[in-house]
Ligand binder design. Structure first.
Ligand code: COA
Length: 158
């Protein structure tokens, strides 16, 4: 357990750190080959457009929580109620990230509990998320929280 953590909603001053956290998550989600072939600028652009779409233009249909310790940003979680799936009761967990030196101390679990609580308050009856097939840390986290695998995406280089 990490002591002295402050959880608060995303503010504009968190933008730069949040984009970098999203890029780190994207890299953790990709295969090593795809990650090596994708530059930081392309990923920053994708992160920025996701933030625009699901945060700045969502009209309050999302919750982005930043965790801070001694003024330093150490983790975040982001969930949206936007209807990304046919099921109207479904919320989507878009992102969860913890700074490396705070990992394996239960911070992501606490962030997910907060995201789920918010989604439930919005009327969600289930949470969906995507995870990279090789992202064993994240898969371990989600399974520890009771998530099960429903679908899988496969790819092959042509
Ligand atoms: C995935 C991530 C958010 C986990 O954060 P965390 O704060 O370390 O997670 P927690 O301490 O709450 O771990 C909860 C559980 O997840 C599992 N887990 C987390 N890291 C793991 C690892 N390296 N190996 C195996 N299981 C792991 C364990 O079951 C763990 O419980 P335990 O420590 O009691 O065994 C963090 O590794 C991270 O930020 N990774 C990069 C970003 C990312 O991949 N995000 C997900 C995108 S889909």
């Amino acid at each position: 357990m990490v002591d002295g953590v402050l959880y608060r909603d995303f503010e504009d001053g968190d933008l730069e750190w949040t984009l970098l956290a999203m890029v780190a998550s994207m890299r953790a989600t990709m295969t090593p080959e795809r990650s090596a072939a994708t530059g930081d600028l392309a990923m920053l652009g994708e992160a920025r457009s996701d933030l625009d779409r699901y945060h700045y233009r969502s009209g309050g249909a999302d919750k982005l929580i930043v965790a801070l310790r001694d003024g330093e940003r150490i983790g975040m979680v982001w969930v949206t109620m936007e209807r990304l799936h046919q099921d109207p009761g479904g919320a989507w967990l878009l992102e969860v990230f913890v700074e490396p030196r705070y990992r394996r101390q239960g911070l992501a679990q606490e962030l997910m509990r907060r995201a789920e609580r918010w989604a439930r308050e919005q009327g969600a009856t289930e949470m969906w998320l995507n995870v990279g097939g090789g992202n064993t840390n994240a898969l371990g986290l989600y399974q520890s929280q009771g998530y099960i695998v429903e679908t899988m995406h496969l790819s092959k280089r042509l």
